[in-house]
Design a protein around this ligand. Structure first.
Ligand code: FAD
Length: 460
């Protein structure tokens, strides 16, 4: 049996002993069967129970609740949507961009509300999110995002900060500017996902753990097929994110991309005095290869980033959680950002797969006639987006009229990924290209042009 505590610091410290719940024992029938007990599956169950407490709900989970990205992420509960406001405006118009922004802000609040109402205690702290321009080359990204928000009438959510104003919050090297949004919460995602699992069980849902769904059959008699029997339901919900690419029917719907994290030992108070960061803001820079940081409640720095290479055939393996070159890069970035931490010890390193659709646009869909629903494709922005998905799916499945079901992600169909080996070649080209753009821009101090092939392919 796997030692689930080793998959992340969050699972290790969530307070549960992580003994798996019993697997499915023979075929069964429910109203709604949900594949996956991460944030998407659990929020969907939660809001379905709010809409109709009589619904019989089963969650079918291959490992344990919170095993996937939900139990491993950076703990950023923030209103960022996988597709930027600028891109949303281009593709779906300004009204749709504003509606997504509003829904995402509400989702952050909603996570905090349920955390308190259910007594989950995930340490939800509305600390705000601070995006930095580290180096002059990152300035256009910050000012561009701010101008887009202003043009959409959303400027009041953001504030441009000078380097001095950033330093009043957190002292990081090479800062040229910051973009601060007060709306973003730092959380302990392990406590949230495990607490949500208990909350839906209290209301009568059953979670079958260590039960892999091998296939699903939509149509007049929808059902999940597992080694221990079928789970038949009026509605099936696909909430398995990156791992869905393992199912034959969804092999090209999304690809697993790895995000990796390192965590320092607790940092002594005198060293914190040099860094500041008393407000525990969510912090990131604006580089292409993505980074994200949080100051944990127990005084450590979590530093996450992308860069681990995509594996041909969308492979998902435990070995990819610990890609040493990426972890070494992240450790060196901690010292580059915070030189006063030179020599600090690192206690944890982990990672996990996130699900990426071909056009970066997540989907939340329901086909009543075939009894199938699902939500996936958040790339790296799924903590609060999954809450939104749960509410949208509950509205769709119970036919509750709501403004949320008009969002552009609802019933969105992304193009399929290319077959292999073209897919691998294309993704590696963009991954390597992003790393090269970051290196070049750091060296020259000049922002990438925005028009190179890599940038056009990676626009979102
Ligand atoms: C390292 C990392 C850092 C991240 N940081 C952030 C962040 O700070 N903020 C943010 O907003 N987003 C972040 N993300 C993304 C975010 O964590 C995810 O988008 C979100 O948790 C997805 O939730 P989910 O429930 O859809 O998927 P998951 O949490 O991946 O859950 C899917 C579940 O389905 C189960 N499953 C899959 N297939 C099957 C099957 N066939 N049968 C049965 N069960 C199955 C899996 O075992 C898993 O438990 C990060 C992701 C990673 C990997």
């Amino acid at each position: 049996m796997k030692d689930y505590r080793t998959y992340s610091y969050w699972l290790e410290t969530c307070g549960d002993d992580l003994t798996p719940r019993p697997p499915l024992a023979g075929s069964t029938e429910v109203d709604v069967a949900i594949l996956g007990a991460g944030f998407t599956g659990l929020w969907t169950a939660y809001y379905l129970q709010q809409r109709d407490p009589s619904l019989k709900i089963a969650l079918v989970e291959a490992e344990i609740a919170g095993y996937g990205a939900s139990g491993r992420n950076g703990g950023w509960c923030y209103p960022g949507f996988p597709v930027t406001l600028g891109r949303l405006r281009e593709r779906f118009g300004p009204e749709a961009a504003r509606a997504v922004s509003k829904a995402m802000h509400e989702s952050v609040d909603e996570v905090g509300r349920v955390d308190a109402a259910e007594g989950i205690g995930c340490g939800f702290l509305m600390s705000g999110a601070l995006r930095l321009a580290r180096g002059r080359h990152e300035l256009p990204a910050i000012t561009g995002a701010y101008e887009t928000a202003q043009a959409l009438g959303l400027g009041e959510h953001y504030r441009l900060l000078s380097p001095e104003e950033v330093a009043e919050r957190v002292r990081v090297t090479d800062v040229e500017a910051g973009l601060f949004s007060p709306h973003g919460a730092v959380i302990h995602p392990g406590k949230l996902v495990r607490g949500l699992a208990r909350a839906v069980e209290r209301r009568g849902a059953t979670i079958y753990e260590r039960t892999n769904v091998e296939d699903y059959v939509p149509g007049p008699k929808p059902r999940f097929l597992t080694p221990y029997g079928d789970v038949a339901a009026k509605t099936l919900v696909l909430a398995g994110e990156a791992y869905l690419s393992r199912l034959a029917r969804l092999r090209r719907a999304l690809v697993p991309m790895y995000s990796l994290i390192v965590l320092t030992e607790p940092i002594p108070e005198e060293r914190w005095a040099e860094i500041g960061w008393a407000g525990r803001e969510l912090v990131a820079s604006s580089r292409y290869s993505v980074d994200y940081l949080q100051r944990t409640a127990d005084g450590r720095i979590l530093f996450g980033g992308r860069g681990a290479p995509y594996q041909r055939g969308s492979r998902i393996t435990d070995a990819q959680d610990r890609h040493e070159p990426t972890h070494a890069m992240l450790r060196s970035m901690v010292e580059a950002w915070f030189p006063s931490l030179k020599g600090i010890g690192f206690s944890h390193a982990w990672g996990g797969p996130l699900g990426m659709p071909r056009d970066w646009m997540p989907t939340t869909f329901f086909h009543a006639d075939r009894g199938i629903a699902g939500a996936y494709g958040y790339t790296g922005s799924g903590v609060s987006t999954a809450n939104l998905s749960g509410r949208v799916l509950a509205d769709l499945i119970t036919a509750t009229p709501s403004a949320l079901t008009a969002l552009p992600s609802v019933n969105h169909r992304s193009p399929r990924w290319e077959p292999e080996p073209l897919r691998w070649a294309g993704i590696r080209f963009v991954q390597e290209g992003f790393a090269r753009l970051d290196r070049e821009a750091t060296r020259t101090g000049v922002a990438p042009s925005g028009s190179s092939l890599v940038e056009r392919l990676g626009r979102h």
